[in-house]
Design a protein around this ligand. Structure first.
Ligand SMILES: [Zn+2]
Length: 371
C-alpha cells in the first residue's frame, strides 16, 4: 500500500495517461491483497472516502491544480479514471467470496450443527399408506401401472365397448395426434386405476389379491372438490370361490380398521361397466357419528344423512375375465370382487380440509399442519 497520488508537473496527454495507468495498477494490486471483510472496508475507504480518499486527492491534485489550458484535457482523463476505479472498487463486492473460500480454514467446531427442517408426510400420501396397509395385513400385495394408458386397458378390457355411453361419464384427457392409430391403441391419461387389474391378470395367474394406488386424470376444472389429477386406490381379489359375502366382509373389516370399530357399513346398488352386481359402500359418518348433527349445527360432510359414501365396488363382470381367459381366468371357474376409492376425498374428510386445492398447491404453511 505504498501508492500515493503524485503531484503532476507535466499535463501532456502522455503524462496523464501514464499517471492514470499507475493509479489503476495500484488499485488492482491492492484489491488482489484483500482477504477479509475488514481488508475490504479499508480498501474501499482508502480509494473512495470523500474526505482524502485517493479519488478525492486525484481530483484535487490533477484537476484543480492543472493550468487553465490543460483543464479540459485533464478533466476528461480524470473522469475516465474515476469511472474505472469506481468500477474496480464496486466489483470488489464479489471478492468478498474470498472470505467464504477461506472460511473452512476457520471452522469453529464448538458451534452447533446445521438443523435441517424435518418434512411431513403429505396427507394424501399418509391416507394412501394407511389404506394400503390395512389391505396388506389381509394378504394383499401392491400393484402399479402406467399413467399414460391405451384405450384398450382403460376402457375396452374393462367392458366399456367403443361408443358405449359409460365412456362419457369419465371426462377423459386424450393424448393428441393419435387419430391414425386403431382406437384400442390410442393413448390417454388413465381415468381410473382399474387398467392395472387387467395388466396384473395378464401377468399373474389366479388367485390374485392386489391393491393399486396411483394418480388418475380427468378433464375436471379445479375447484373445492375436483382436480384434473387425483388419487385412487383400487382393489381386486380373484379366486375359485369368491362371493359377494367375501366382498362385504372384507370391506366391512377395512372400513372399521380405517375409521374406527364403531362405524357401520351399508351397501347400495349401483352400476359400473366392469362389475356386476355393483354397489356403493357407505359408512356411518365418522365426523358426527351417524347423527347428522354436530351439536346444534347440521353435519355438512354427510349432508345430515349420517352416512358417507366411500367407495364403489362389485363382483368382477365375467366379460372382464373374458379378456384374460387364456391366463387361467375362465369366468366359469373363477370369481372375484373389485373396489375403488378416491383417496383425496377421504383425506379431505379425515383431516377436515374444506378445499381439495390445498393438497396440490405445495404451500408449506398448509402442509406443516400435518407434521
Ligand atoms: Zn355427519
Amino acid at each position: 500500500m505504498d501508492y500515493s497520488v503524485p503531484r503532476l508537473t507535466d499535463y501532456s496527454a502522455a503524462a496523464l495517461e501514464r499517471a492514470a495507468g499507475e493509479s489503476i495498477a495500484a488499485c488492482q494490486s491492492e484489491l488482489a491483497a484483500v482477504r477479509s471483510d475488514g481488508d475490504l472496508k479499508a480498501f474501499r475507504d482508502r480509494w473512495m472516502a470523500r474526505k482524502n480518499g485517493i479519488l478525492t486527492q486525484i481530483n484535487e491534485l490533477w484537476l484543480k491544480d492543472a493550468p487553465r489550458e490543460a483543464k479540459r484535457e485533464a478533466g476528461i482523463r480524470v473522469n475516465d479514471l474515476k469511472a474505472r476505479i469506481t468500477e474496480l472498487v464496486e466489483a470488489a463486492h464479489v471478492s468478498e467470496s474470498r472470505a467464504d473460500a477461506l472460511a473452512p480454514e476457520t471452522v469453529d467446531i464448538t458451534l452447533p450443527g446445521v438443523r435441517r427442517p424435518i418434512g411431513a408426510e403429505h396427507p394424501v400420501v399418509r391416507t394412501t399408506n394407511e389404506i394400503v396397509s390395512v389391505f396388506q395385513k389381509l394378504g394383499y400385495s401392491v400393484a402399479e401401472g402406467p399413467v399414460v394408458e391405451t384405450d384398450y386397458y382403460n376402457f375396452e378390457a374393462l367392458n366399456f365397448p367403443p361408443n358405449h355411453p359409460a365412456r362419457d361419464t369419465q371426462d377423459t384427457l386424450f393424448i393428441a395426434g393419435q387419430q391414425s392409430r386403431p382406437q384400442r391403441e390410442r393413448l390417454l391419461l388413465r381415468t381410473h386405476t382399474s387398467p392395472v387389474q387387467i395388466r396384473t391378470m395378464e401377468k399373474m395367474r389366479p388367485p390374485v389379491r392386489i391393491v393399486i394406488p396411483g394418480t388418475v386424470h380427468r378433464n375436471d376444472p379445479p375447484d373445492a372438490s375436483h382436480s384434473p389429477m387425483f388419487h385412487q386406490i383400487e382393489g381386486l381379489a380373484v379366486d375359485t370361490n369368491i362371493t359377494f359375502g367375501d366382498l362385504k366382509g372384507t370391506l366391512d373389516h377395512a372400513m372399521k380398521a380405517l375409521f374406527g370399530s364403531s362405524v357401520k357399513t351399508h351397501f347400495r346398488p349401483s352400476f359400473f361397466p366392469f362389475t356386476e352386481p355393483s354397489a356403493e359402500l357407505y359408512v356411518t359418518c365418522f365426523i358426527c357419528g351417524g347423527s347428522g348433527k354436530r351439536g346444534a349445527d347440521p353435519c355438512r360432510p354427510c349432508k345430515q344423512t349420517g352416512w358417507i359414501e366411500v367407495l364403489g365396488c362389485g363382483m368382477v363382470d365375467p366379460n372382464v375375465f373374458g379378456f384374460v381367459k387364456d391366463n387361467g381366468y375362465d369366468p366359469k371357474k373363477v370369481a372375484g370382487f373389485a373396489f375403488g376409492m378416491g383417496v383425496d376425498r377421504l383425506a379431505l374428510l379425515k383431516y377436515g380440509v374444506d378445499d381439495l386445492q390445498y393438497f396440490f398447491q405445495g404451500d408449506v404453511r398448509f402442509l406443516q399442519q400435518f407434521r
